[in-house]
Write a protein that binds this ligand. Structure first.
Ligand SMILES: [Zn+2]
Length: 87
């Protein structure tokens, strides 16, 4: 019984890897057909931009580029939240 379950899990894992590989291969063509529709694309970093962790719920503690603001603060390029400064 347990060996059958193990074989099933192994087969499911192989199928999942194949599915991910298939999706990964199709991503470049999907991006080129929908310019501007994606949220995460490769862009050249702007001068002075820092990649900081954003604690906003929308950004989910992920690292996003932050643009420098007057006064030494940084504004998140993804959600617009200002962080840093004197406080
Ligand atoms: Zn953010």
């Amino acid at each position: 019984m347990s060996t059958d379950l193990g074989a099933y899990i192994a087969a499911a894992a192989v199928a999942a890897v194949a599915a991910v590989t298939l999706v990964a291969r199709r991503v470049p063509s999907a991006r080129s057909s929908e310019p501007g529709a994606e949220t995460a694309r490769f862009v050249e970093p702007e001068p002075g931009v820092r990649y900081l962790q954003c604690d906003e719920l929308r950004c989910g503690h992920m690292t996003y580029p932050h643009r420098p603001q007057p006064g030494g603060t940084w504004v998140c390029a993804n959600c617009g939240t200002v962080k840093g400064g004197t406080s």
